[in-house]
Design a protein around this ligand. Sequence first.
Ligand code: PLP
Length: 451
Amino acid sequence: MTLKSNRSLLDIDRDHLIHPVTSFRAHEARGATLLQSGKGMWLTDMDGNQLLDAFAGLWCVNVGYGQDSIVEAAAAQMRQLPYATGYFHFGCETTVRLAQKLADLSPEGLDHVYFTLGGSDAVDSAIRYIIHYFNAIGRPSKKQFIALDRGYHGSSTTGAGLTALSNFHRLFDLPHAWQHHIPSPYPYRSELTDDAAIIARSVQQLKDKVAELGADNVAAFFCEPIQGSGGVIVPPKGWLKALRDTCTELDILFVADEVITGFGRTGPLFACEEEGVTPDLMTLAKGLTAGYAPMGALLMSDKVYQGIANGAAPELAIGHGFTYSGHPVSAAVGLEVLRLYTEGGILANGRSVGRRFAAGLNAIADHPLVGDTRGRGLLGAIELVADKDSKARLDSALKIPDRLFAQGYKNGVIFRSFPDNIIGLAPALCASDEEMDEIFARIRKTLDDLL
Ligand code: PLP
């Protein structure tokens, strides 16, 4: 084997590293953007460029970069006990304490916590446990799953089918025959202008789908309180509660995927809280460890837990688990991150700077390219259009998403550039008002540069 030591890091990356959700050929042509370090809201890349991160990494670094107390918590745990399996009734105090915290902080009734490595396997675990549950309680026909057509529920073999983005299905033979989608409530693009009518239509669409499949065959409805990767689609207030109540009425489980919206992203600790909603199951990740270590969680109601517990033969282990479920180092990180949100004032700061964020979204709506701005808390979107009145989309031949991202980067701001010319924003909850203003100043300049 010859050592190719003279190659640049970018060449090595091209040759050896497969990047997630990236076209192989486009990556070979473009090369990687390599980041070097981060502090607070700021990133420095390999060329020394300073960038304001308006997307908290991948909607996860909610407490900002460079929080030393998290590093110390992880190091202390690694020194004391770097690993403890959760299998065979083992565990360790740190993981137990984090489970207790999540049960305490989450909506009433979600008392049981299963830890995963991220969001995809939290969704996958939800699907597996739901199937197990209906078999265990003697209702084995309930195996159909419904989600929204702009929903994102990760990238596992099962979850990617509930995810409704076309590139997650194309050439992957998805969705599975037991996975179904109903339209997302998308107020800006709806011909209905009344919130109540938008909510009523969603409710009817769910009822129609369940009637089509047969209520005895439907297991669960999955949704994000605000759809993130589908373009930050914000349903009207009251939508989540209406859909939750409809699931109860239809006797199907309601699963809230709070992987993005959890941990203060929309204001309260969980978006479900805002509407007094208690889901049957809830999936979490991202803000749980704020990107400092991989971890996700599935929260389960007592009803589902007891159904599984009663149906399982006590002598047989329930065959679902990962070597790193409840990893002690990630749990230590999670505990410290939760402390920063609550005692460290980061949630409170997020709520306060959230008002500046809303003002920034409001102000940029006057830009000639902007058709819509929307958001809740520190989760938002700016949708660009060719014509404000007709809401006509910009010609796809203009390749606006790629150009937007590149121009933003040149102007020192990182955001998400979605298809349909939607800018996604999810700045960390630790931002100052001045940093928030600077984010919007840089985005406005980026839009001006595109004109
Ligand atoms: N669910 C939602 C709502 C998400 O936004 C994501 C990731 O963006 C996932 C699930 C999957 O999480 P992960 O990428 O940690 O597997």
